[in-house]
Design a binder for this molecule. Sequence first.
Ligand SMILES: Nc1ncnc2c1ncn2[C@@H]1O[C@H](COP(=O)(O)OP(=O)(O)OP(=O)(O)O)[C@@H](O)[C@H]1O
Length: 289
Amino acid sequence: MNTPTSTPDPAAVIASARGLVKTYGRGDTAVHALAGIDVDFERGQLTATMGPSGSGKSTLMHCMAGLDRPTAGTVMVDGETVSSMSERALTKLRRDRLGFVFQAFNLVPTLTALENILLPLDIARRSVDKDHLDAVVRAVGLQDRLSHKPAELSGGQQQRVACARALVTRPAVVFADEPTGNLDSTSARDVLGFLRRSVDELGQSVVMVTHDPTAASYADRVLFLADGRIVDELRAPTPETVLERLGALTRRVEADADETRADETRADETRADETGADVAGAAASVQVR
Ligand SMILES: Nc1ncnc2c1ncn2[C@@H]1O[C@H](COP(=O)(O)OP(=O)(O)OP(=O)(O)O)[C@@H](O)[C@H]1O
């Protein structure tokens, strides 16, 4: 069963999914990465998604961002039905309306920090809004690093360039997949502080996948996934409350797995008993004859 997440005012929703299913493969080897998700992501908020490895966090983000096609269900982003768009329309949507931050930074090594930041505008042949560019560069604290190439920047600085690149187009939503996964705790704090300020000061909407309770505590709301379903949510999180909920979730997932194993063992035993009874019955009937 999905835990119903709180439903905000429709005008406050920037992205949503209804009945979202994603199955990889077929038949006996099929993996149900998303098992029917209903969720609303709020405009001007930072939403974090957490859950055990393999629970479907990245798949949910990829389906929301038009990087992966759902098997069933509907995805809406900023009033557009992403789930039924052509490849061409999806490419345009990702380029013009969405921003991405990945764990691996994904900067172009031959371009300077500034050229990397401006790349999405170049590709879309859009002009630069100088004031917005200045605000973004100031917010990430990269004023004196703009002429450096990625190899001349620390991991944290590279991720701040990636954040600035994601924000420079004023996207409807920034999707961040483990944005602090490769960073030390000081750099992680810088990047998270920046994502938080982009929400508070620039009105940005951000959806972030993370394994880290401290990172999740920067969010307005944390969604917890298990086995392709949203099973819990937490508003105004702190590292402690996130850890508590994760602990409860892990215990629940382990208890479910124990129960499934016990069911399977019982089923095996029943089958063995029935087989034994059949064999005994057959032997008895042979003796009678
Ligand atoms: N391209 C794919 N082909 C087959 N199975 C896949 C594919 N992508 C993901 N899966 C499976 O779907 C399930 C959900 O994967 P997903 O990457 O969304 O989980 P996650 O919660 O992001 O995990 P992690 O925290 O380890 O990154 C897993 O069982 C995974 O093995």
